[in-house]
Ligand binder design. Structure first.
Ligand code: NAP
Length: 341
């Protein structure tokens, strides 16, 4: 395995920003991974595992450690005794290519998550979700490499501690694990979830009465392509912030000031507010640009590099949004996009 030097991170992140990684390698097996982590340990360097680079922002100064590009590949399907199909995919597989393979086999469960950029290994970390389906609904286990003991460990769905856009792998204990593979127990066509508002509208418009797995995938691709920027056109990492989950009392006081503000019950006295709605309707940032950085015209939560922006420009715009949201609502937005550090 080759360890390259001074590799520009803007070529490996979908935001298309970021300076050089001092060291950079691609891992295609657990043996490569051991070698990479060992190299970082011996040189006393920090390391950062990069998947598709679609949820990270790299500093313009770059990263002084080792960037490990996860490229462990392989997809296999097996029939379980309970009649369900299990798919096991390597952590470095492209997420949407994998989803497409499951849909080709008429297996349900992942079609709502079509066209999400990134890798299979990144999917459990923030429990990716879209159009009414969370990836935790189908994950049966996650295989991870322990960077302290250099051994492999299997996490059951429960051990992954999935929550709204979160998992055990984001905690300080979880960060010592690198995901090398994920097993999914896929569902039958009868278990398709097609009741998300945008999907229902799409099927009604196209006169599709009982959508197939393939119909849902096509609908999601069409809806996303219409609403979200194409990463071939803009630099972007999708939604920049998480939806805030706040105490009901704060939600109620905001509702008095902003009667149209959408909010959803989360249980335990908590409400989910919509970061995109707040940034758009309260702060007025949707479609606004600051130099080459902007909030996307069709979805305020998605920030875009319109070409030539630096990470510093992105952070300046992000902080402006955060300040404005805080001043207007008292809410400190949590970033979904991770800094590469
Ligand atoms: P949308 O459908 O306009 O919905 C906006 C927000 O409202 C979403 O965050 C969604 O929550 C929430 N929401 C809608 N109906 C809901 C319900 N019945 N109960 C609870 N919450 C509800 O959003 P969009 O921008 O077009 O996105 C469509 C889907 O793709 C959403 O699921 C969104 O999360 C996902 N997405 C994710 C990213 C990303 O980068 N992470 C980017 C774009 C879109 P949920 O987020 O819980 O669904």
């Amino acid at each position: 395995m080759e360890i390259a030097e001074n590799i520009l991170l803007k070529d490996f992140t979908t935001f298309r920003t970021g300076g050089p990684a001092r060291y950079f390698c691609r891992v295609q097996s657990v043996e490569d991974l051991k070698e990479a982590v060992n190299y970082a340990r011996e040189q006393s360097l920090p390391f950062f595992v990069l998947g598709g680079g679609s949820n990270v922002l790299a500093y313009d100064e770059g990263f002084h450690g080792l960037v490990i590009k996860m490229e462990i590949a392989g997809v296999g399907f097996s029939l379980l005794a309970n009649g369900r199909w299990r798919a096991i995919a390597g952590g470095g597989e492209n997420w949407d290519d994998f989803v497409s393979l499951t849909v080709d086999r008429n297996l349900a469960g992942l079609e709502n998550l079509s066209l999400i950029p990134g890798t299979v290994g990144a999917a459990p970390i923030q429990n990716i979700a879209a159009y009414g389906r969370d990836v935790r609904d189908t994950i049966s286990s996650v295989e991870a490499f322990d960077t302290n003991t250099f051994s492999k460990k299997i996490f059951s769905n429960e051990q992954c501690q999935f929550g709204y856009r979160k998992s055990f792998f984001q905690t300080s204990d979880g960060k010592k694990f690198i995901i090398i593979g994920v097993a999914f127990d896929l569902l039958s066509e009868g278990e398709i979830k097609a009741d998300y508002k945008d999907l229902k509208e799409y099927f009604s418009k196209h006169n599709i009465i009982s959508p197939s797995v393939n119909d849902v995938r096509h609908a999601v691709i069409a809806i996303r392509s219409e609403k979200l920027p194409s990463i071939s056109e803009y630099g972007t990492a999708g939604s920049f912030f998480k939806n805030p989950i706040v105490h009901e009392s704060l939600a109620e006081s905001l509702k008095m000031r902003y009667p149209n503000m959408p909010m959803y019950k989360e249980g335990n006295g908590k409400m989910k507010l919509l970061a995109g709605w707040i940034i758009d309707h309260i702060c007025g940032f949707r479609g606004m640009n600051d130099g080459n950085v902007g909030s996307y015209k069709n979805q305020a939560l998605v920030l875009v590099n319109r070409g030539g922006a630096s990470s510093k420009d992105v952070i300046k715009f992000v902080e402006k949004i955060e300040r404005n949201v805080f001043e207007n609502t008292g809410i400190l937005l949590e970033r979904e996009v991770q800094m590469l550090s």
